[in-house]
Structures are given as structure tokens and as C-alpha cells.
Design a protein around this ligand. Structure first.
Ligand SMILES: [Zn+2]
Length: 395
């Protein structure tokens, strides 16, 4: 195993633990902000470090199309390219191919699709998706799967699940044959620090401690390779979810994700499927619930025993002026905030809430200022990260 996972405390089904990756340790349960195109939109990497982000999610589909996997690989991998010393997880690209691209053609072999950027034709398969993720060099990478749509006929859900299982086996085979080709196994991780040392002398203790986190984790004594997670599918069918979990575990992965949820089904059903799927996952491996959720949901799923989650919601909502606070959601565009001198969230100690008023944030948003997106994103990410800190503390 290239990933060490230790559970230090449990509270009912909830688990508090530590995940040691080649690029630092992650406290779980953890929320992973989405950095689609090698950036969490609107927020620089030094700020993400200050906010306490321990792991970012990158989207293989977007990076594959632009700037291209070979380009990133030649620049030392994703950590080095974007100067992010901490952990990264990449998805397999499958979900985005299914949701963003045109003219898909799906076969047993893989999926042919046209780029949403320029219409060019591409092919992703279990092998090419893992090859791309080895090229990007994230600490945790994902097997190539098919996210079954909702609703779907029973036979369609089974066929899709069966193909995901065959793709899982092919993903694992390719990974084991090629995992030593990861760029930071050569010099990527050190290159981040070399550039940092030359360009910026840290000016305070926080920065110095942030810099150290980027060094390979001393607790990660195994050889430094990436970790591969398998993905459980099976639609909204409890029996198929059980079967998918058992057969994915048989193939054997470093961690297990629950995919195919938050695809339009009612929330109560999502929760039911998560709860029943968790029962079939190994206790000693990290569990990753893909694509959730609201602040309430990330608390709820942590309490059910999920260790990792990601979602575009805090960052995307921020760019649309929708802010999560301890007093509920605030739509900062509303005229009622035009003269409101209160902080956005009186209980939040983020740099935005400490410094700026609702009136100012409302003005920035109404004026379409770039700073509106930056400040709104900083607050929403702080709110999510604080929520997870409280969850970990409560376990
Ligand atoms: Zn705040």
C-alpha cells in the first residue's frame, strides 16, 4: 500500500483519522476543494495553504485537454506545475466526459469524445485515464468508471456496473505496470521547493510551517508511489451496490469511493445508498464520497463514516454570490445588504469576515468586480474547512 491510513478515534460510525500521502498528511474526515484546471478559481495557492487546505482535487479531463498531460508531465507533474506542495487527488476524467463533452461513443474499450473547447476528437479508456493520471502525478488517483445516469432501468444499471468492474480491473492492471513512471518520483516534489526557495523567503511562522507540510511525509515510509482508489457503482439499487462493493474490494484498491450519487436523485435516497454501501466497505481503508455536498451534508456523511468528500459547491456558489454562513445561506446580491455594515458571518474568523462588511461585499458583487469572486470564495472555503474541523473535533 502506498497510502497509510490510521483511524485514531471513532464516534458511532464516524471515524477520525490520518491519511499519509507522499505530499503530506491529511486529517480526516476531509473536504477537498476542487481545483479544476490546476487552480481553485479565484484563490492563489499560498492562500489555500493559509486556509489549511490539505488536499486539492484536480480534473483530469480539463488538464488533459488544456494544457495537456505531456506538458504537465514535462513541467514536473501537477504539484510542481501549479506550485502546490500538499496532496492532490485527480478524478479519472470519466465523469466529465459524460457530462461535458459532445458526441460521445461508448464501447467496451473506452469512450471517444469531442472536446468541449475546440471539437477535437479524443479517446479515454481505463488505460489512457490511468496513464494521464500518472502523468499528472496526483497522490491519489481514481479508476476509470462509468457514472450511471439517474433514473435508469434495472438492466442498464447492472450492465453499467459490470462494465465499471471490468474497467476497474483494467485500471488496476495498467497502474501496477506503470506506477513507477510518476514524475515526482524523479524530481517533481523537490522542484516545488527549489522554486519557492529562490522566489520567496517566507516572512512569518505560518508560511514556514506551511512550507514544511509540503515535504514528503516522514510517516510515509513506503516507497513513494501514487495510490489508486476503486469506485463503487450500482445506481440506487442496494443489492447492486453491495455486489459492486464486494467485487471492487476483490480487485483490491488503496481506498474506495462511492460514485454515481448526487446525479439528480432525492437527497433521502442519496443518504440511504451511502449508508448501505458503507456497510460493505473495509473499515481500514479510506472511504471517499464523490461530489457532495452542502455544509449540512458534509457533516451528515462524515457522521455516517465517510472520510473524504469533494464538491464544486462552495467555490461555484461563491462566484454566484451565494455564501454559506452560520446563520444560513446569504445571497449577497440582494439590495437588503447595500447598507449592512455587519460582517458576512459574525461567527466566522476568516480574513473576509474580519475585515469587510456585507455592504462592501454586496457592492463588489453588484459592480462585477474580480475581488468579489476572490473574497466570496475565500469565505466559503473557510466555512467548509471550519465545518470539517468542528466535525473532526466532535468525533
Ligand atoms: Zn468568513
Amino acid at each position: 500500500m502506498s497510502l497509510r491510513f490510521e483511524i485514531s478515534k471513532t464516534g458511532g460510525p464516524a471515524r477520525k483519522g490520518k491519511l499519509a500521502t507522499p505530499h503530506g498528511e491529511i486529517e480526516t474526515p476531509v473536504f477537498m476543494p476542487v481545483g479544476t484546471a490546476a487552480t481553485v478559481k479565484g484563490v492563489s495557492q499560498d492562500l489555500l495553504e493559509q486556509l489549511g487546505v490539505q488536499i486539492l482535487l484536480g480534473n483530469t479531463y480539463h488538464l488533459y485537454l488544456r494544457p495537456g498531460i505531456d506538458q504537465v508531465r514535462q513541467l514536473g507533474g501537477l504539484h510542481c506545475f501549479m506550485s502546490w506542495p500538499r496532496a492532490i487527488l485527480t478524478d479519472s476524467g470519466g465523469f466529465q466526459v459524460f457530462s461535458l463533452s459532445d458526441l460521445r461513443k461508448l464501447t467496451e474499450d473506452g469512450v471517444t469524445f469531442r472536446s468541449h473547447l475546440d471539437g477535437s476528437s479524443h479517446f479515454l479508456s481505463p488505460e489512457t485515464a490511468i496513464e494521464a493520471q500518472i502523468g499528472l502525478g496526483a497522490d491519489i488517483i481514481m479508476a476509470f468508471d462509468e457514472c450511471t445516469e439517474y433514473p435508469a432501468e434495472a438492466s442498464r444499471v447492472r450492465d453499467s456496473m459490470e462494465m465499471t468492474l471490468r474497467w476497474a480491473a483494467r485500471s488496476k492492471k495498467y497502474f501496477h505496470e506503470h506506477k513507477h513512471e510518476v514524475s515526482w518520483n524523479l524530481d517533481g516534489a523537490t522542484a516545488v521547493h527549489a522554486r519557492r526557495d529562490k522566489s520567496a523567503v517566507p516572512s512569518n511562522a505560518e508560511h514556514r510551517s506551511a512550507g514544511r507540510v509540503g515535504a514528503p511525509a516522514p510517516t510515509c515510509s513506503q516507497e513513494n508511489t501514487q495510490a489508486l482508489f476503486g469506485i463503487v457503482q450500482g445506481g440506487m439499487d442496494h443489492a447492486l451496490r453491495k455486489e459492486s462493493a464486494e467485487r471492487t474490494i476483490e480487485i483490491g484498491f488503496d481506498g474506495y469511493a462511492i460514485g454515481g450519487l448526487s446525479v439528480g436523485e432525492p437527497r433521502s435516497l442519496t443518504r440511504e445508498i451511502v449508508e448501505s454501501t458503507i456497510e460493505h466497505l473495509p473499515k481500514d481503508r479510506p472511504r471517499y464520497l464523490m461530489g457532495v455536498g452542502t455544509p449540512e451534508e458534509i457533516v451528515e456523511y462524515s457522521n455516517l463514516g465517510i472520510d473524504m468528500m469533494d464538491c464544486v459547491l462552495p467555490t461555484r456558489a461563491a462566484r454566484h454570490g451565494l455564501l454559506f454562513t452560520s446563520e444560513g445561506k446569504i445571497s449577497i446580491k440582494q439590495a437588503r445588504y447595500a447598507g449592512d455594515q455587519n460582517p458576512l458571518d459574525p461567527s466566522c474568523s476568516c480574513q473576509v469576515c474580519v475585515r469587510y462588511s456585507r455592504a462592501y461585499l454586496r457592492h463588489l458583487y453588484a459592480s462585477n468586480e474580480v475581488l468579489a469572486q476572490v473574497l466570496n470564495t475565500i469565505h466559503n472555503l473557510s466555512y467548509y474547512l471550519d465545518t470539517m474541523r468542528r466535525v473532526r473535533h466532535s468525533i
